[in-house]
Design a protein around this ligand. Structure first.
Ligand code: HEC
Ligand code: HEC
Length: 337
């Protein structure tokens, strides 16, 4: 497994290279090109402040939050892969392997149900669950530890006027994630009037995506997700398939067997491997599987069908999805000693 130090170094690198890329908005409270009309799902008791955002960013990289002191949120959500980790599934802080693929953090602030199965009803709730389950954190102990680090004591005072606690640690992390946005892609520039921003190949792919390939009904712009849950058949052939949204702690509804959240396609070019099980290696394979109508099973969504696309059309569709790769405004933090 990668050490945190390497992860941070890579993130710094990513932050440096992205300076050369076209600027979206340097202020995290402002939406990038393409996402301006959307409202973030707000938490009434946790409004944005720059101090919370900066503190949350440090905490996202901070192995002190974990049980072993070795894992951080960033271990599986790496900035240079739109906050995913290139592994099918990843080991948690306690060494146990996740059963699902690490999703992107970009644009999570627009989602009202989180996790692949929708079991989290708020970003704050999700963050607390991830803190305990993924990195084995014991919030009260961690809060005490952070209070002993002078730079953190100061940063919590500045952000909350209080010492570190379970609640404000979660609020800082959630503020950071809520404002981690991906827009300003070639597609957004094209839509804003720059007709040269998309290649002919990608423009043809856009026509298919919005038309005969039928992708747009679930991967709806501008987020390229309808934020709903569908069964496309991934993993359903297993002896004990992951039931997804049907689970008791999610929607508790057998009719939802095998349904998973429609993932955003923004940045999909850099978030492989694909699907909730991370079982599909390349973007083209994932696109081809979807264009074929997913994988048959008795709960498959009726919106999916074989669209009869040629290989050349699959290439066009893939080029269009690649054009959704955006700029995530992000500068890596430095952690207190
Ligand atoms: C060991 C890898 C790993 C670590 C470390 C990790 N996560 Fe995740 N994260 C995942 C996986 C896997 C999922 C999907 C789980 C599921 O859907 O059941 C996920 C899902 C999420 C989601 C939901 C995104 C969505 O689109 O629904 C959020 C938010 C999140 N993680 C935040 C965090 C935070 C905050 C931390 C640190 C406290 C963290 N993660 C640490 C692997 C990890
Ligand atoms: C019925 C709704 C629906 C339609 C129509 C649909 N998708 Fe999806 N798509 C999903 C869902 C749900 C998933 C996640 C399934 C899973 O992981 O179990 C998904 C996953 C994907 C992924 C993998 C993304 C990732 O991050 O893992 C890609 C790529 C994709 N779809 C592209 C397309 C394309 C291209 C089309 C049109 C040919 C399309 N989809 C049509 C619902 C849909």
């Amino acid at each position: 497994m990668r050490t945190i130090a390497t992860v941070v170094a890579l993130a710094v690198f990513a932050a440096c290279t992205s300076k050369a890329a076209p600027k979206a908005s340097a202020d995290p409270s402002k939406a990038p090109l393409g996402l301006e009309p959307l409202q973030l799902v707000a938490a009434a008791d946790n409004p944005y402040s720059a101090a919370k955002y900066e503190l949350g960013k440090q905490l996202f990289f901070e192995p002190r939050l974990s049980g072993t002191g070795k894992t951080a949120c960033v271990s599986c959500h790496l900035p240079e892969h739109a906050f995913t980790d290139q592994r099918a599934t990843s080991p948690k802080d306690d060494g146990k392997l996740n059963t699902r693929n690490s999703p992107t953090m970009a644009n999570v602030g627009y989602l009202d149900r989180l996790y692949w199965d929708g079991r989290a009803k708020s970003l704050e709730g999700n963050v607390l669950a991830a803190w305990k389950a993924q990195i084995g954190g014991k919030p009260e102990e961690v809060a005490k530890k952070l209070a002993e680090v002078p730079d953190y004591a100061k940063a919590f005072q500045a952000a909350f006027g209080a010492a570190p606690s379970e609640t404000n640690t979660v609020q800082a992390l959630a503020t950071f994630l809520r404002h981690l946005r991906s827009g300003n892609s070639a597609f957004d520039k094209f839509t804003a009037g720059d007709k040269k921003a998309l290649s002919e190949q990608a423009q043809a792919g856009m026509g298919l995506f919005m038309g005969k390939a039928g992708c747009v009904v679930c991967h709806t712009p501008p987020l390229f997700t309808d934020k709903l849950f569908h069964n496309v058949g991934i993993g359903m052939a297993a002896e004990n398939p992951d039931v997804g949204a049907a689970a008791k702690n999610a929607f508790d509804d057998a009719n939802r067997t095998g349904q998973f959240k429609t993932p955003t396609l923004r940045d999909a070019a850099v978030t492989g491997p694909y699907f909730h099980d991370g079982g599909t290696k390349t973007l083209r394979e994932a696109v081809a599987l979807m264009a074929k109508g997913g994988l048959d099973n008795k709960n498959k969504d009726p919106l999916l069908m074989d669209r009869g696309l040629t290989d050349a059309e699959i290439d066009q569709l893939t080029a269009f999805v690649e054009s959704l790769t955006g700029t995530i405004e992000f500068v890596a933090p430095t952690l207190p000693k």
